[in-house]
Design a protein around this ligand. Structure first.
Ligand SMILES: Cc1cc2nc3c(=O)[nH]c(=O)nc-3n(C[C@H](O)[C@H](O)[C@H](O)COP(=O)(O)OP(=O)(O)OC[C@H]3O[C@@H](n4cnc5c(N)ncnc54)[C@H](O)[C@@H]3O)c2cc1C
Ligand code: FES
Length: 245
């Protein structure tokens, strides 16, 4: 984990209530797909966790949806302002299990962590299929990024305004070697039931400290209690215990 005062290089709206922010610092270490950053917002006690969407030497990209005070404040930050950020948090996705043809399933703000994952898998020569789910056309982002990376990409919308009408589970391909997913809990549960291979789930639970100290994000797994911020946010399909499935 690093604590850095990072410069905002870009902060722009890319879809309805959705913003992309680029944060830079010369000492920033490489971030793994599925890891997250935790941002201090003025006047708020708890930092706000946001997944790493892209990571290059010296900068990181995040995509966030405005849902409350913290993210609203983030959306108003201007270029060249600075933010206090904890980086390199969480375990991240394990790419070694992907097989030849991994499937990526993202819902809403669960899509961003799959961008860096898709790039890394494509760099390893994998045949990547991405299914991205949104409520409606105005909320869609990232489709071109996945296509640009050479992923076979399908978009679903709940209201049918773009792509396949329905949810990501309505557009699962016939064959895939393994899967990686991130999204709201109802979607994750549906994916858990509908998928036929092993896979990894990233959870975007509410958090306290964000780095393993408060136990506020503890959850029950087959192998015991885990802290989502430290031993997660990525859990294997076989270790998840759903509260109400
Ligand atoms: C590991 C991790 C990665 C995340 N990655 C992203 C990301 O890449 N992009 C993104 O937009 N968001 C992401 N989130 C969610 C993000 O942290 C919250 O949306 C944010 O903290 C809300 O802060 P706020 O002050 O704007 O909202 P608050 O005022 O705190 O809450 C506003 C509303 O949003 C709900 N809410 C807040 N946090 C969450 C949450 N974690 N899950 C579901 N509902 C929530 C509250 O219940 C409330 O109804 C991630 C969360 C975690 C734990
Ligand atoms: S948020 Fe404090 S231990 Fe996870």
């Amino acid at each position: 984990m690093q604590q850095l005062i990072m410069k905002v290089a870009e902060n722009m709206q890319i879809a309805e209530n959705v913003f992309k922010m680029v944060l830079e610092h010369p000492e920033l270490e490489d971030q793994k797909p599925g890891q997250f950053v935790d941002i201090k917002v003025d006047g708020l006690y708890l930092r706000r966790p946001i997944s790493v969407c892209e990571s290059y030497p010296g900068f990181v990209v995040i995509i966030y949806k405005v849902v409350g005070k913290g993210t609203d404040q983030l959306s108003r930050i201007r270029k060249r302002e600075t933010l206090d950020v904890l980086t390199g948090l969480g375990n991240g996705y394990d790419l070694s299990k992907a097989g030849d043809a991994p499937l990526l399933l993202g819902g809403g703000v669960g899509v961003p962590p799959l961008v860096l994952l898709a790039r890394k898998l494509r760099e390893q020569g994998k045949e990547v299929t991405a299914v991205l789910g949104f409520n409606t056309e105005a909320e869609i982002f990232g489709e071109n990024i996945f296509r640009g990376l050479g992923c076979r990409t399908t978009v679903t919308t709940a209201d049918g305004s773009h792509g396949v009408k329905g949810f990501v589970t309505d557009a699962l391909p016939e064959n895939y070697s393994y899967f990686y997913t991130c999204g709201p809990e109802p979607m994750l549960k549906a994916v858990w039931k509908a998928t036929k291979t092993s896979g990894q789930f990233s959870f975007e639970e509410r958090m306290g400290c964000g780095f393993g100290a408060c136990m506020g994000c503890s959850c029950k797994t087959v192998t015991g209690i885990k802290r989502i911020c430290k031993e997660g946010p990525v859990l294997e399909k076989e270790e998840i215990v759903w509260a109400n499935l």
